[in-house]
Design a protein around this ligand. Structure first.
Ligand SMILES: Cc1cc2nc3c(=O)[nH]c(=O)nc-3n(C[C@H](O)[C@H](O)[C@H](O)COP(=O)(O)O)c2cc1C
Length: 161
């Protein structure tokens, strides 16, 4: 088994490195994966508008589990929607809380998309604590990476051995 990841701002990479340290499995950035690789893959990617980045670059039959990071406590729009949108039915899926840079540090299309999302969140009436937290994190940045979040993944790994 090898670990393959896609990460733009480094939060998913942190989880991939933690898993590599814990398991001793080889770690590859998705674009650096050797073409003729025949190993099974534990994939980690970040969620962008519901789509798990980097996943499409891999052979589906090789991907044995998928971890996806987002900024919120739960996957946005929902774990079920992310599984369906990325055609992951039947594949073990783990949502991991990642993080985000302050909006002003993002560039290009990512900044534009997140600004639109922020505008939409701010426009909602009746803001609960979770929504206020999300708005604050997008504006000022947040690091939610924690080794504890990997426990379900480690349990899945242990059960396979
Ligand atoms: C343009 C953009 C769109 C995003 N869309 C989603 C989303 O649909 N669902 C979600 O849970 N997180 C979303 N996020 C949050 C990222 O998935 C989160 O910041 C992730 O941990 C970043 O990982 P990285 O540092 O490895 O690139 C989005 C972030 C950006 C910048």
């Amino acid at each position: 088994m090898v670990i393959v990841y896609e990460s733009k701002t480094g939060f998913t990479k942190k989880y991939a490195e933690m898993l590599a340290n814990k398991t001793g499995w080889k770690l590859y950035f998705v674009r650096e994966l050797p073409k003729n690789m025949e190993e099974d893959i534990l994939f980690l990617g970040w969620i962008k508008a519901g789509s798990i980045q980097g996943l499409k670059k891999l052979r589906k039959d090789k991907v044995k589990a998928v971890c996806a990071t987002g900024t919120a406590r739960k996957a946005e729009p929902s774990e079920e929607a992310v599984i369906a949108r990325n055609k992951l039915e039947g594949i073990p899926f783990f949502y991991l809380r990642g993080g985000c840079l302050p909006l002003k540090e993002l560039k290009g299309m990512d900044k534009f998309l997140l600004s639109m999302f922020l505008k939409m969140l701010k426009g909602r009436k009746d803001k609960d604590e979770e929504l206020k937290e999300a708005i604050h994190h997008i504006e000022y940045g947040f690091n939610g990476v924690s080794e504890e979040h990997l426990q379900p993944v480690m349990e899945w790994i242990a059960a396979r051995k």
